[in-house]
Write a protein that binds this ligand. Structure first.
Ligand code: WQD
Length: 345
């Protein structure tokens, strides 16, 4: 069975390829234009799994180039579509780049799947579309608030595009997975989140502060209506997210009574405050983190975490790693990165 992974050199894409190669007999091909990832990740995948991935360095916004992948691989039966820009703050500063990239890439994937009758699609969606929700934990039926950013809006429009196509297509069956906060790294420490620029996200900023790449961490606000005043998020290990993709694709293939397009939350169901994440990091790393309390960050919601019952029931999925595993694997990766950078310099 041949699967196409778009964004396969990226953080979640590369970890998903590893989980597929280590747990299934599927053949994987990948598309990545390295706009926000490193080609080295394909070498890291080979180092970990012993398998070389056939990959295409094309831009999914180029329909003709995208079509060649489908025409050269007529035995593709499923697509896992990760490729997208995903920095919330950057999307506010550059909305058209986000609408162009994220929506035209998906449009071309849907066009090719329809033309080449590729039936199955797993779409990388996001909890950021829930915005500032009233009821917690959020379920897939929770109201979708007004998008807090163009990034979040591209996920709402993306799910709608898939929904509309699945209603008229004779073949398309899709699941949109709404991730919460993906963090952590492969247990080998040989692959993880690569922040090519200064990281926006909390966990890479923590590990870069601890290793000395960043001066200190600013905690964005300590006067939210939460147990310690800092924001609550549902942090989930990237390998648990990767595993959810395998189970979602298997579910689409095995269960022919699927909805043409279903939506599933992928979170642990556990909310952690920023200070609790910092404490967990200090505990597992035995490092004292240098941080200060600063002002709130625009666009942040006070608290959000998942109701993940649907993933458990429908996919028989269960998150296996806790916040300590997430912090220790992220720290192991940061130390490996620093070691290899020093060796190269
Ligand atoms: C987490 C918490 C910050 C940095 C992310 C992705 C988004 C989506 C959801 C996938 C917040 C605080 C952060 C720092 C801090 N994922 N923080 N100091 O904003 O929840 O969104 O997950 O689609 O794409 O961006 O994640 O890691 O930026 O912030 O205090 O230096 O950490 O205020 O409360 P966020 P984050």
């Amino acid at each position: 069975m041949k699967i196409l992974i778009t964004g396969g050199a990226g953080y979640i894409g590369s970890h998903t390829i590893i989980e597929i190669l280590e747990n299934t007999d599927w053949e994987v091909i990948s598309i990545d234009n390295f706009s926000n990832s490193s080609e080295q990740n394909y070498d890291r995948i080979q180092q970990i799994t012993g398998k070389k991935i056939k990959h295409y360095a094309i831009d999914l916004k180029d329909l003709a180039a995208t079509e060649t992948v489908f025409s050269e691989n007529p035995d593709i039966i499923g697509v896992i579509h990760f490729a997208a820009h995903k920095a919330v703050g950057e999307s506010v500063e550059q909305p058209l780049m986000y609408y162009d990239n994220n929506l035209n890439s998906l449009k071309n994937i849907l066009t090719c799947q329809e033309k080449y009758k590729v039936p199955y699609l797993i779409f990388s969606s996001s909890c950021s579309i829930y915005g500032n929700v009233a009821e917690l934990p959020v379920t897939e039926k929770s109201a979708i608030a007004k998008a807090e950013s163009p990034y979040a809006y591209t996920k709402i429009i993306g799910e709608t595009m898939i929904n509309d196509m699945s209603m008229i297509s004779d073949t398309l069956k899709a699941i949109s997975l709404r991730y919460f906060n993906p963090v952590g790294a492969h247990p080998s420490g040989l692959i993880g989140e690569l922040s090519i620029h200064k990281p926006n996200n909390l966990v890479p900023f923590i590990t870069q502060t601890a290793i000395g790449k960043q001066e200190s961490l600013t905690v964005f606000g300590k006067n939210y209506d939460t147990r310690d005043g800092t924001c609550i998020r549902d942090y989930i290990h990237v390998s648990d997210i990767a595993n959810a993709h395998i189970l979602a694709l298997q579910h689409l293939i095995i269960n022919n009574k699927n909805l043409p397009h279903d939506i599933i939350n992928v979170g642990t169901g556990v909310g952690s405050t920023v200070l609790e994440v910092i404490n967990a990091f200090e505990k597992v790393s035995n490092e004292k983190l240098n941080y200060t309390i600063g002002n709130k960050r625009a666009g942040d919601v006070g608290a959000i975490f998942a109701n993940n019952e649907k993933a458990k029931q429908l996919l028989n999925w269960e998150p296996k790693r806790n916040i300590d595993d997430m912090m220790s694997s992220a720290w192991k990766w940061e130390k490996h990165l620093s070691l290899t950078m020093n060796e190269q310099s």
